[in-house]
Structure formats: structure tokens, C-alpha cells
Design a protein around this ligand. Structure first.
Ligand code: HEC
Length: 154
């Protein structure tokens, strides 16, 4: 009668593997990592996008300033995927200022990728520097700080 025990330990190993690998993904419980063309339908999915945007934006900034072309183009391409989803969210709601801010960032990210591909890190930095004002525009109009910490969409 060894079988029930080995199945139990096998299940335990699977559960452990799943919980360990879950720690390395940025997506919180109940949400999946953003994919290209994904439709954002919940606040949690929106927040998952913003958290990864924050992280990738930092990577992009450092990579361009450090002249690391491969890393810069990877981060810019990932940010383009994320902001296209953000753009889709606001455009479906027909909220023009937010849709425009997201579109402006997508355009800047495409310019960053073009400049990096041409090995022109100065032009990449110019394009990157135009992104921040659009983060601000949208946050000022549509991001609300919660008294208990964190943010929500307004
Ligand atoms: C089109 C609108 C829009 C744009 C553009 C935008 N954001 Fe956001 N962001 C929001 C809204 C709305 C929230 C609040 C809801 C939330 O936190 O999920 C938010 C929340 C955040 C948060 C807090 C995430 C959390 O839940 O803890 C960070 C960090 C963030 N944004 C970073 C950025 C950065 C960096 C950029 C530019 C590179 C950017 N955002 C551009 C709308 C936008």
C-alpha cells in the first residue's frame, strides 16, 4: 500500500513548484501576466499592467543611458505591448484624453525602437524623455490615491 503516499507526495511537489514559480511572475493572484492584444476587463488587470509598466520604464531608462541597445529595444517593445492594451482600455470607454496619452506613449516607444535599431542612442533618449509627461497627464486626470495606500482608476 505504498501508492496513496507517493501520489500525495507527488501532489505536494507539484503544489510547491507552482507556488514557487508564482513568486517569480509579477502578476498578482487571480491575474495573468499581460499578453499582446489582451483586453483589460478588471481593475486588477489594469493594475498589473501599470506595475509592469513602472518596472519596464525603469529598465528602459537605465538601458538607454547606459548605451545597452539590446536591453533598451526589449524593454521598449514590451512597453509598446503594455501601452497598446492600456490604449484599448480607454478607447473602448471613449475617454479621449487618456486614449491620446496612451497613443502618444506608443508613438514615442516606436520612435525609441527605431532610434535604437539605427544605433542612435541620443535620438532614443529624446524619444524616451517625451514619455513621462503623458504618464503624468493621465495620472492627474484618471488616477486617484487611496487613503489606505495604492491607487484606483477615476
Ligand atoms: C492612459 C492613462 C495612463 C497612462 C498613460 C499611464 N498610467 Fe499609470 N496609472 C493609470 C491609472 C488610472 C492608475 C490607477 C489605477 C491602478 O493603480 O491600477 C495608474 C497607476 C499607476 C501606478 C500604480 C500601480 C499600482 O496599482 O500600484 C504606477 C506605478 C503607474 N501607473 C506608472 C505609470 C508610468 C511609469 C506611466 C508612463 C510610462 C504610466 N503609469 C502611464 C493610468 C495611466
Amino acid at each position: 500500500m505504498k501508492r496513496p503516499l507517493s501520489i500525495a507526495s507527488l501532489l505536494f511537489c507539484i503544489a510547491l513548484t507552482v507556488s514557487l514559480s508564482a513568486q517569480t511572475t509579477p502578476a498578482p493572484a487571480g491575474t495573468t501576466a499581460p499578453t499582446a492584444g489582451m483586453k483589460i476587463t478588471t481593475d486588477a488587470e489594469f493594475s498589473t499592467h501599470m506595475k509592469e509598466i513602472q518596472q519596464q520604464n525603469g529598465i528602459l531608462n537605465k538601458a538607454i543611458k547606459g548605451g545597452m541597445a539590446e536591453e533598451a529595444s526589449k524593454a521598449a517593445a514590451r512597453l509598446e505591448v503594455l501601452f497598446k492594451n492600456i490604449h484599448g482600455y480607454w478607447s473602448a470607454k471613449k475617454i479621449d484624453d487618456a486614449t491620446t496619452a496612451a497613443q502618444n506613449i506608443v508613438t514615442s516607444l516606436q520612435a525609441v525602437q527605431k532610434a535604437v535599431a539605427a544605433n542612435d542612442m541620443a535620438a532614443a533618449e529624446t524619444a524616451r524623455a517625451s514619455i513621462g509627461a503623458n504618464c503624468m497627464t493621465c495620472h492627474t486626470a484618471h488616477r486617484e490615491k487611496l487613503p489606505e495606500g495604492g491607487f484606483r482608476i477615476k
